[in-house]
Design a binder for this molecule. Sequence first.
Ligand code: KIV
Length: 271
Amino acid sequence: MSVESAVRAVTTYRLTEMKQRGEKIAMLTSYDYSMAKIVDAAGVDVILVGDSAANVMAGYETTLPITLDMMIYHARSVVRAVNRALVVVDLPFGTYQGNSKVALDSAIRIMKETEADAVKLEGGEEILESVQRILSAGIPVMGHLGLTPQSIHKFGTYAVRAQEVAEAEKLVHDAHLLNETGCFAVVLEKIPAALAARVTAELSIPTIGIGAGGATDGQVLVIHDMLGINKGFSPRFLRRYADLHALMTGAVSQYVGDVKSRNFPNEKEQY
Ligand code: KIV
């Protein structure tokens, strides 16, 4: 048996076991083969092919423009790289809201054409019919509540959500609905830590937080943000584990200088 096939793959069932024994879940985004290979080998439990690809890969202001075909392209590249992590793919804006048949068709395309393990949808009660229909086809669903970037035009701001009682109570209600309907986990984005702690304690499925404090069952970050590739995005919740922007700028400038000064290639670097 090769080393790779001996690695125990992460499943949705295993994530529930991790919650039960209090083992934290590490999740990161990836959008391409080379990055996903590193992320998987480093021991991340869940890789999210997020629609944040719209921002960090395609340069759009919001996540709304990314299409199902674009998500499938990214997800296929990631799946080819991964041996261990559970791969979850975002259903992009416009492919699941309002029509559960369309939602199922979108989820089936993701599963068939990418061989990923699960899909993620943003929202609660208003998309429940879509969640139910996707689940009925045997496709695992991860929920996403709080700051749901596909609704940015409704919110009008990327500020912390659910600070008012009414919105917090709706979030708790939606989290229970997703749990009872059969979602295997739920992302809680940019909400007060105390609210995330309450939801985490009340649900039987794992919660994965981003800007939701330390009590959630797991954490997720966008890989470009935590590696410091993007300059100028520094919300309070973001911890930068590297400054790749500086490192890459330095390396590229050095290369430019070497080419211009005829220092590259040297005699050993030619045939
Ligand atoms: O698209 C994404 O990267 C996400 C995470 C921020 C949770 O949904």
